[in-house]
Design a protein around this ligand. Structure first.
Ligand SMILES: Nc1nc2c(c(=O)[nH]1)N[C@H]1C(S)=C(S)[C@@H](COP(=O)(O)O)O[C@H]1N2
Ligand SMILES: [Mo]
Length: 410
């Protein structure tokens, strides 16, 4: 898509050109529920309508208000980079901007700084040389629908994640320009979306000053070589490589530097995990103490086969997949066809950087007819390995148990 100056308006035009359907409100309504188009997740109440939103191909509808769309899993087999039009969408608040005019858009910086700032898009772009990172954005609750026992919250399959090439300037550059004063503790981030009711907390996230100043988080304006799609955070999205998607604030408009720990709802109440070593508790129990969710945990998936597929015995079967961790990089991916008793290594694909999905592939020759279960397990460069048992927590966050698919050999 060409660079669009007015975000949604351009996407609306694009949509109108391709389908000729008028749109009342992108935020409130799926544009078109595709008749007969339903995806079924392999857990109870797993039926999902496929719907089209601006700049998006048909995605699975989780909620319409606010818009919450999930990527059908088979898309992850097409490429290691998730296309913009297939990338999942998650909002907490239903009062979204309907269009964003770049000529009036400003990003403000205030609080414990030498000089408060109000920067235009051009100002942001000229803060520092642009940097690029390929990084996975995964929702904390990705795969929550598989939790046993089940937990409250959106019953997500494995499609609330995506991998993209982000371009922007380091967050550090804007903080340096403002000049952080002694005693600063945390930096908060807010976007242009607002609650519908005054009693609903605004979506504000916080990072510690050290992390904000590390050079890693990026104020990105480009996703896979083009403007960030409106619903993924146009015109600026905070990229926090290796960290849970909840920190990747969209439509970023306000940065504040605090001399204390931020205690807003989305840090102090939501998105918290048990403060135990595994960040888990015995299934079905409450956590006595918690801390904010932080980094992604190592995961791997098979992308070219799914449970129920029928394969031929006695001939090579290619198994392809993806793996990622919090940014130490993937050391190995292994598969097992004997329930985890023995493992054999897969071949890793091109390395797009330690924060990216890493492709992998291997071959097996299924011999005996009947059921064939394949397990996949990734190990990160840090030594972190996927657990063989689900690490349960009340929020259903950070699922990373070894994945299993069950095939039929004919
Ligand atoms: N402004 C804003 N940014 C936000 C959110 C939000 O509700 N509002 N949700 C966060 C959460 S929980 C996730 S998982 C990611 C999802 O990013 P995406 O919609 O681009 O896939 O956005 C994050 N940034
Ligand atoms: Mo999320």
């Amino acid at each position: 898509m060409k660079s669009n100056k007015d975000g949604l308006s351009t996407s609306r035009r694009t949509f109108l050109q391709t389908t000729g359907v008028a749109i009342a409100s992108a935020a409130a309504l799926p544009l078109k529920a595709m008749a007969d188009s339903i995806e079924t997740q392999p857990f109870d109440n797993g039926k999902r309508d496929l719907v089209i939103y601006p700049q998006k191909r048909p995605l699975m509808l989780i909620t319409a208000r606010p818009p919450h769309l999930e990527t059908p899993f088979r898309i992850f087999n097409d490429s290691v980079i998730t296309p913009n039009d297939a990338f999942f969408v998650r909002y907490h608040l239903a009062n979204l901007p309907m269009s964003i005019d770049l000529s009036s858009y400003r990003l403000t910086v205030r609080g414990n700084v030498k000089s408060a700032l109000s920067l235009s898009m051009e100002d942001i772009k000229s803060l520092a040389p642009a940097v690029e990172v390929v990084a996975v954005n995964q929702c904390s609750g990705n795969s929550r629908g598989y939790a046993k026992p089940r937990v409250f919250g959106a019953q997500l399959g494995n499609g609330s994640m995506g991998n993209a090439r982000w371009v922007g300037v380091p967050l550090k550059a804007i903080l340096d320009k403002a000049g952080i004063l002694e005693g600063a503790r945390q930096v908060t981030f807010k976007g242009l979306d607002e609650p519908v009711l005054p009693s609903t907390p605004r979506f504000i996230k916080a990072l510690n000053v050290d992390h904000a100043m590390s050079g890693e988080p990026i104020l990105a304006w480009s996703m896979n070589g083009t403007d960030i799609p409106f619903l993924n955070g146009y015109p600026i999205k905070l990229i926090v490589p290796g960290y849970s998607g909840t920190y990747w604030v969209k439509h970023l408009s306000e940065i504040e530097i605090l001399d204390h720990e931020f205690d807003g709802f989305f840090m102090s109440t939501a998105y918290r995990v048990p403060a135990t070593e595994c960040e888990c508790v015995p299934a079905g129990t409450a956590a006595s103490s918690t801390h904010p969710i932080t980094k992604l945990k190592v995961r791997s998936f098979i992308t070219n086969l799914k449970s129920g597929d029928v394969v031929r015995g006695g001939q090579p079967l290619e198994i392809k997949g993806i793996a990622f961790d919090s940014g130490t990089g993937i050391k190995s991916v292994e598969t097992s066809t004997d329930g985890g008793a023995t493992w054999s290594g897969a071949t890793l694909g091109e390395n797009l950087g330690a924060y990216s999905f890493r492709a992998w592939s291997t071959r097996i020759i299924p011999s005996s007819k009947g059921d064939l279960t394949i397990l996949t397990r990734a190990t990160a460069q840090s030594g972190e390995v996927q657990p063989s048992k689900e690490l349960w927590n009340p929020g259903g966050y950070m699922r990373n148990v070894i994945e299993t698919i069950s095939l039929v050999v004919a």
